[in-house]
Write a protein of this length. Structure first.
Length: 332
């Protein structure tokens, strides 16, 4: 391990690495989040980065390594050349190499690697698929082992098809918890998170994203302005949704600027407890590998439920308002 000067962040194989421990129980799982930049165009360079980061995670004792949305291809852009590039980047064309390089690393503590990329979809559309590479998963792209993004914003609707209403729950003995999956924009839809937490009983939501940083909002008479509205929304929504649904959020986001459009991605990969409190967060500006050891995922969720079981209270109080009326009045 190569270290930077005293007090600085350690650098391992070219990556700055942030390591934390949730507790001292080594039987609990360790999570690795790759707060990295996808080069566009740069499929081969992105593959090399994924392989290199996974080796670092393995050497640090991580059980599950998680990468951001479009870690292999990078994000779309508005140009006919994008289609040809994404066709080349389809996971089907690279799966053999991904498995050949990553499966041998999944020995000892490392159980598997969570990746996201495009796969072939209906007609001329792609599917935005999150999948799990592990010796325990014989066919990573099989629908029963994967999650397809449901809610498609902006340019994505031109290229990808929705994963409909399907959810994906991953349960593992080593991880001692149940995980639900969302992709980027999905996380803003309350009903999806509520179904994961209330119906499926997951302990954590794994949020994989290419979430942008820059958007302006200004209220001049109140002397309020921000140019990072989208990024700030990431931090606020994840905290609030984790607390509201009393689940962990383990979020992995892209960082850096798109190689063609210059669009900035927020980074800020991190872990939020079921209380909604942020425990650790990676940089908004540069690549980092974030490792958190000994996460008591189920224990912390059970504590929150014992202290204030929002789910129980919600079920007792909630009623369907679809049959109600909207009344209007006007003040003179």
């Amino acid at each position: 391990m190569k270290r930077t000067p005293h007090g600085a962040v350690p650098v391992v194989d070219g990556f700055q690495v942030i390591e934390r421990s949730y507790c001292d129980d080594d039987s609990l799982p360790s999570i690795g989040l790759a707060n990295i930049h996808a080069i566009v165009p740069g499929i081969e360079a992105n593959k090399e980065k994924i392989f290199r980061a996974t080796r670092v995670f393995r050497d640090l004792g991580v059980n599950v390594a998680i990468f951001p949305e479009f870690a292999l291809s990078g994000y779309f852009w508005d140009d006919p050349a994008c289609r040809a590039y994404m066709d080349e980047a389809l996971t089907e064309h690279h799966l053999d190499e991904l498995e050949h390089e990553l499966r041998p690393l999944c020995t000892g503590p490392l159980v598997g690697v969570v990746l996201n990329n495009l796969t072939a979809g209906p007609g001329d559309r792609y599917l935005n698929r999150t999948f799990f590479i592990s010796p325990r998963v014989p066919d990573p792209l099989a629908q029963e082992h994967a999650y397809d993004k449901v809610f498609l914003p902006g340019i994505e609707k031109s290229y990808t098809a929705s994963g409909a209403d399907d959810r994906f729950v991953l349960r593992g003995e080593k991880m001692k918890a149940a995980f639900g999956f969302t992709t980027c924009y999905d996380y803003l839809f309350t009903e999806l998170l509520r179904q994961y937490s209330f119906e499926d009983g997951v302990d954590a939501v794994v949020q994989i994203a290419s979430w942008r940083a820059a958007a302006s909002r200004e209220y001049p008479f109140m002397n309020v302005r921000t140019d990072l509205y989208y990024g700030e929304l990431w931090d606020k929504v994840i905290a609030a949704s984790s607390a509201q649904n009393q689940v962990w959020t383990i979020a992995c986001n892209s960082v850096g600027r798109h190689g063609i459009t210059g669009e900035a991605f927020w980074g800020g990969s991190g872990i939020w407890a079921p209380s909604g409190i942020e425990l650790v967060q990676a940089s908004h500006f540069h690549e980092e590998l974030l490792v958190v050891h000994n996460l008591d995922i189920r224990g912390a969720r059970e504590f929150e439920l014992a202290d204030f079981d929002y789910e129980f209270d919600f079920r007792q109080v909630h009623r369907n308002m679809s049959d109600g009326e909207s009344r209007e009045d006007r003040l003179a």
